[in-house]
Ligand binder design. Structure first.
Ligand code: CA
Length: 418
């Protein structure tokens, strides 16, 4: 497919994240007004709540858009998703008869406040990048035991906290936690000294399920994707993680980008998972291309300084697709809900400059990174701004995610001094 032309000229500009082919869904507040659903196009956001109220966008008896989340549409399923998207495409296409009716419902993106685009029901984070799991396993347990014995057989994960999910731009407070170095006889309670990012993609469940679902059913349940930064305190994690996995190390915050890029917009960027080292059990077997060719990168900007790109990788590096993760998640009978968020796991490539965390980039702090400003980093410093970027590149257009950004602010003086 080529660029779909819009009557809105900024949607046709080369390099825009939001051409007509994309139409990602967010929640925004126009200046001085209540939050509602909006759609990004070019450098504008389309107020779909007022379009729906005026009958320009036809959605049925129960309004979808006059709320601060997309969960109502997400819950309705793929037929409604497609009908809704088709209407938007028609309204914004070059030569559209409705142009004069629609123009009054556009706001410059720079003038609005963005919020979380959906109500996060539950949050699960996986560990499905083979290079990441191998790197971290090598550091924590040695090269021979790098991949856990179950790893090639199923996507492993842990249940995170929906309450920790925040939208891009939210400041991230350095956490306190219990830490114990290998050479220390006793643990201490202190601010994390090894605070880190994890570059991930978040998959959003649209239609809910009761009981196990197949990989194909799971794929059809996924409404869309966001960039996701799973902030991680490595010193807290190293002491707490056995045997039940990460807990407080990953509970401080998880930042997501403000626009849901729909599965429909990514359809033509599907790619296959990598070759299987061991066959997967039938319930997890690949049934078609279910990863996406998405260019991903991270920039780090120290306070008041220019940003340095610290890594560049691609979502196709994952070993398991979001559909396989969702199928596995449901395999025990676990009900899945509209608004469930599934983190992909850290997305690292094979070479050193494509690793998705500072833990890997600095190899546990042994090989600090040098930034363009001349400063070095093993882990995050107060004032650092981390920004995730992502897009799929089509012929003459891109499907962009917008930014997923957060600035680290200093730890509290002492959280228990009152
Ligand atoms: Ca993670």
């Amino acid at each position: 497919m080529t660029l779909r032309k819009s009557w809105l000229s900024s949607a046709n500009v080369d390099g825009t994240d939001f051409p007509l082919n994309n139409l990602p869904y967010g929640v925004f507040s126009p200046p001085g007004k209540a939050p509602r659903c909006g759609v990004a196009i070019g450098d504008q956001v389309l107020d779909v709540a007022t379009l729906e109220e005026q009958g320009i966008l036809v959605t049925g008896d129960t309004p979808i858009c006059r709320r601060p989340s997309w969960n109502t549409l997400m819950n309705r399923g793929p037929v409604t998703w497609l009908r809704f998207r088709d209407q938007l495409t028609t309204l914004m296409s070059e030569g559209a008869a409705a142009r004069s009716d629609v123009e009054a419902h556009l706001y410059p993106l720079s003038s609005v406040l963005l919020q979380l685009p959906f109500t996060v029901s539950e949050y699960t984070d996986f560990y499905a990048g083979r290079h990441h799991a191998t790197n971290v396993g090598t550091m924590f347990r040695g090269a021979e035991n790098a991949l856990p014995p179950n790893w090639l057989h199923m996507p492993i994960g842990y249940n995170g906290r929906a309450s920790s999910v925040v939208v891009s731009g939210t400041p991230i407070r350095r956490p306190w936690g219990q830490v114990k170095g290998a050479d220390q006889p006793q643990p201490a309670f202190m601010p994390s000294r090894r605070f880190d990012l994890e570059l991930e993609l978040g998959a959003i469940v649209g239609t809910p399920s009761q009981g196990p679902v197949s990989v194909d059913e799971a794929d059809a349940m996924i409404f869309g994707y966001v960039l996701l930064n799973d902030w991680s305190a490595r010193d807290i994690q190293a002491w707490e993680y056995q045997p039940l996995g990460p807990f407080q190390a990953k509970a401080t915050a998880t930042t997501i980008s403000p626009w849901i890029v729909t599965a429909a917009a990514l359809e033509e960027f599907r790619v296959h998972t990598p070759e299987r080292q061991v066959p997967l059990l039938p319930y997890l077997a690949d049934t078609g291309p279910m990863l996406y060719d998405l260019n991903l990168s991270v920039t780090l900007a120290p306070s008041g300084k220019a940003a340095t790109t610290i890594t560049a990788t691609n979502y196709r590096e994952m070993y398991y697709s979001a559909a396989q993760q969702l199928a596995h998640h449901s395999s025990s009978g676990c009900p899945m809900r509209t608004g469930d968020l599934l983190g992909s796991g850290t997305i690292s490539g094979a070479d050193k400059h494509s690793r998705g965390s500072l833990l890997e980039l600095s190899w546990g702090g042994k090989e600090p990174l040098t930034l363009d400003s001349g400063e070095t980093r093993s882990f995050l410093e107060d004032g650092d701004t981390l920004t995730l970027h992502g897009y799929a590149q089509g012929p003459g257009y891109r499907i962009g995610f917008g930014e997923c950004s957060g600035t680290v602010v200093p730890a509290l003086a002492n959280p228990f001094m009152r």
